[in-house]
Design a protein around this ligand. Sequence first.
Ligand SMILES: Cc1ncc(COP(=O)(O)O)c(C=O)c1O
Length: 424
Amino acid sequence: MEIRDNGQIYLEGVSVEELASAYGTPLYVYEENRIRANYRRALSAFRKYYPDTRFFYAIKANNNLAVANILRQEGAGIDAASVNEILLAKELGLGGEDVMFSGNFLSDDDIKQGLESGVIFNLDDLSLLPRVLKHGVPEMLSFRVNPGYGQCDIGAFVCNAGPDAKFGVHPDKVLDAYRAAKEAGVKRFGAHMMPGSSIRDPEYFGYVTGLLMDLIGRAGRELGIDFEFIDLGGGLGIPYKHEDSVLDIDAAAANVAKIFKEKIAEYGLKPPRLMMEPARYFVGDAGYIIGRVHTVKDSYSRIIGTDVGMNILARPALYGAYHHIYVNGREQEERMPLNLCGQLCENTDLWVRDRMLPKGTTEGDLIVVENGGAYGYAMSYQYNGRLRCGEALVNGTQHNLIRRAETFQDLIGLMNVPEYLKRN
Ligand SMILES: Cc1ncc(COP(=O)(O)O)c(C=O)c1O
């Protein structure tokens, strides 16, 4: 993003005015070159310290196939959280060992379809193993391990591991899980964890790697298992507030690789592939939401009404997440504390309170919401009959619509009114 001399905001080489007039608002926009740069920065840092590193993009964060194709071109596999995400990976031409299925609390149908798809199956609990074995013995299996500790810079409720999390095999049951899989005839093994989200402290990554490697190392040594890969999950954080520190990716990679290699040596493991499945780090800061100010109300305080509500960006209302906001053409102007909301009949839709925004913000202005690339569009919904918006991709001065906005037909298209209800 760039603010040019006249105060106009550009995403790569395209002004937000041009994007808004081409595709309407609200609109998600992704900067292709930034996604590629983020991916390359992270991969080169990890490969510098551990050459056998591979990234699987967690497609849940942003499932637009254009965005996912950028990461596929860069060499990423896909981390799928559901059967439909396995099918999205298939749309990218990816399957087999390029895709890892890490569902949780799966139905029998999920298990059947997951196994039939032939991707790497990552079990969230030992209790799933007998249900998997009903369909035959998979050649390769991984368990998602709860290493007993998790962390999240957004808030405790987003924490994915430790005693309060719903995810992963309890640390005391990890040995039993791999023993049971080995006794059932599984021949190839992997291991996985996802203990934290949006972390900017490089020490954390080394710490949790040590926790996992101790659990996996003991299992490997005791059961004579070689792990082909160890997946350390995602969690590479980005700064949401401008005063937030930037994750030192080189230090994170160095910390991880150091402890990874030490534990491989300590437990006598055959060196596995180091896998990670970040998403926010690749796409988070490459995405923006362009919205329009429609109403300015002076009530107890001034409220700027825009078309970017919690239906378009759920994170602030869902877990108090902060997103920086720019007002196109006004960034150099005097500021005052303002509130900003969307158009939903919920007061949590007033998602910006007392933020220092340009005083002159008025009807017709465009706003640009930062860091919308991850868990943005993917979490949007249709409450109040509001429709999901479109998504565009910019590359230099080129732009393309990569998902059209929904229409009224998309709202009613799945509904069915039984004939008897149509009569008076
Ligand atoms: C299993 C798993 N892997 C990877 C990710 C991606 O995490 P992040 O976007 O923090 O990198 C998530 C996010 O929730 C996840 O649940």
